[in-house]
Design a protein around this ligand. Structure first.
Ligand SMILES: Cc1cc2nc3c(=O)[nH]c(=O)nc-3n(C[C@H](O)[C@H](O)[C@H](O)COP(=O)(O)OP(=O)(O)OC[C@H]3O[C@@H](n4cnc5c(N)ncnc54)[C@H](O)[C@@H]3O)c2cc1C
Length: 374
C-alpha cells in the first residue's frame, strides 16, 4: 500500500464510495479509509429510496440530476443493486394536500420529471390497501429504490478497479495534508475528503451538523401488498422541522416482497431503538394502511442522518484548512444525492464542469470567522 496518495477519502459509506469512484475515474490516486464495514453507517440504515425532492430549487436540482445518474449506473447491473423503479406516490389526505400535490407536479415537470396527478379513484386503483377517504396523490414515475450497502460496495469495487486503495483503520485526526490513524500511523495526500457522515463532527467539531436519528422496521415477505413507495404529503412538514420529534408515513415495497416501514426524526445521537417512538411510527403507518397492523415485523433499527442548518449538503473545500474537502450533511437524502455529490466534488477538485450551479452546496456558506472554524 502506498503511504501517499493524491486524495484520501475518510469513510466508505455511499458518499465516500461515490466520491472515490468519481475521483479515481478522473485519474487521481485515491485511498479510502474506513473504520468499519463498507456501507455500514447511515448507508446501511437508510431506506434506499431514490426520490426527487423539491423543498427548494437547489434540492430539486441536485436530486433530479442524481436520479438521472443513478438510472445510468443501475442499468449496468440492476439486480446487484436490488434496484426497483417503483415510483413514488405522494399521498394527499384532503383537498388542500391534493392542491399541494398539483403544485408539486408542476414544479417537478418543469425539471423534466415524469409526474401524474391521481384523483381518489386512480389512487385506489394503484394502491388498494390505502385507507378509504383519501383525496388522491401525485405519482412520480422515475423514482426508485436500491439496497444502499450493496450500491456502496459496487461503487467501492469500481473505484478499486480504477486503482483506488482501501485501508481498514480509524482516523483519529486530520492534519495538514495528512491523517493520523488511531494506531499511530500517518497517511499523506494533497487533498483529504471528509465523508464520515454523522461522525464528521468528531474530526471537525466546527462543522454545523446535527445527528438526526431515524427508526425503521421491516416485515416478513408479502409480495404485492403495495406497489409504489408511499409517502404522505405531510412528510415534508415533519421532515424539516428544526426541532422536536416527528413521524411520517413512508412505506416501501422491497423487491424481496418485504415492506419497509418508516420513518421517524429526532435530534438525538444515540442509536438505541426507542419502543415509544417505534410504536408511534408504526401506528401512524397503520393509520394510512390499516392491514399493516396484521403483518409480521421482523426487525427494527435506527440510523443517524447528518443534518445541516439549511438542509443542503456541504460539498466542496473547507476554507479553514488547506487541502480539506467536505462531502457530508446529506440528512435524509444522501443515497439519492450521492452520485451527483461525487460529480460536484470531483469537478471542483479537478477543474471540471457540472450541469448545475455548485455555489448553493459550498461549505463556505457556514464560515463565520475563520478563527472559529479550524
Ligand atoms: C432512517 C434513515 C432513512 C434514510 N432513508 C433514506 C432514503 O430513503 N433515501 C436517501 O436518499 N437517503 C436516506 N437516508 C439518508 C442516507 O442514508 C444518508 O444520507 C447517507 O447514507 C449518508 O452517507 P454517508 O456516506 O455520508 O455516511 P455513512 O453511511 O454514515 O458513512 C460514513 C462512513 O464513515 C466511516 N467513518 C466515520 N468516522 C470514521 C473515522 N474516524 N475513520 C474512518 N472511518 C470513519 C463510518 O464507519 C461510515 O462507514 C436515510 C437515513 C436514515 C438514518
Amino acid at each position: 500500500m502506498s503511504q501517499s496518495a493524491d486524495v484520501i477519502v475518510i469513510g466508505a459509506g455511499i458518499i465516500g464510495g461515490a466520491c472515490a469512484d468519481a475521483l479515481a475515474a478522473r485519474g487521481l490516486q485515491v485511498t479510502v479509509i474506513e473504520q468499519d464495514a463498507i456501507g455500514s453507517g447511515a448507508t446501511a440504515a437508510g431506506m434506499g429510496h431514490l426520490v426527487a425532492m423539491d423543498d427548494n430549487a437547489e434540492e430539486l436540482a441536485l436530486s433530479s440530476w442524481s436520479i438521472r445518474l443513478w438510472n445510468e449506473f443501475v442499468d449496468e447491473h440492476p439486480h446487484s443493486h436490488e434496484y426497483s423503479r417503483c415510483g413514488t406516490i405522494w399521498v394527499a389526505s384532503d383537498e388542500e394536500e391534493l392542491a399541494a400535490a398539483q403544485a408539486k407536479g408542476s414544479n417537478m415537470r418543469a425539471h423534466g420529471l415524469q409526474c401524474e396527478l391521481l384523483d381518489a379513484r386512480a389512487l385506489y386503483e394503484r394502491e388498494p390497501a390505502l385507507r378509504p377517504g383519501l383525496a388522491g396523490g401525485l405519482l412520480v414515475g422515475g423514482d426508485g429504490l436500491v439496497y444502499p450497502p450493496k450500491s456502496a460496495r459496487i461503487l467501492l469495487d469500481r473505484a478499486r478497479s480504477r486503482g483506488a486503495q482501501l485501508v481498514a483503520g480509524a482516523v483519529a485526526a486530520i492534519e495538514d495534508r495528512a491523517v493520523l490513524l488511531r494506531d499511530g500511523s500517518r497517511l499523506h495526500a494533497d487533498s483529504i475528503v471528509l465523508a464520515a457522515g454523522a461522525r464528521c463532527t468528531e474530526l471537525l467539531p466546527a462543522l454545523p451538523l446535527q445527528a438526526k436519528k431515524g427508526h425503521l422496521a421491516i416485515t416478513d415477505r408479502y409480495p404485492g401488498f403495495i406497489r409504489h413507495q408511499l409517502v404522505e404529503l405531510g412528510y415534508i412538514k415533519s421532515a424539516h422541522a428544526a426541532s422536536g420529534d416527528s413521524v411520517a408515513f413512508n412505506l416501501q415495497p422491497r423487491p424481496t416482497g418485504q415492506i419497509l416501514i418508516g420513518s421517524s426524526r429526532q435530534f438525538n445521537a444515540s442509536l438505541d431503538a426507542e419502543p415509544a417512538m417505534l410504536s408511534r411510527m408504526l401506528r401512524h403507518a397503520a393509520s394510512f394502511v390499516p392491514q399493516l397492523a396484521g403483518l409480521n415485523v421482523l426487525r427494527c433499527w435506527t440510523g443517524l442522518r447528518a443534518a445541516s442548518p439549511d438542509g443542503l449538503p456541504l460539498i466542496g473545500p473547507w476554507p479553514a484548512r488547506r487541502g480539506l474537502w467536505l462531502a457530508t450533511g446529506h440528512e435524509g437524502l444522501g443515497i439519492t444525492t450521492s452520485l451527483a455529490t461525487a460529480q460536484l466534488l470531483a469537478a471542483q477538485m479537478t477543474d471540471g464542469s457540472v450541469p448545475i450551479p455548485l455555489q448553493p452546496y459550498l461549505p463556505q456558506r457556514f464560515m463565520l470567522a475563520p478563527s472559529n472554524h479550524v
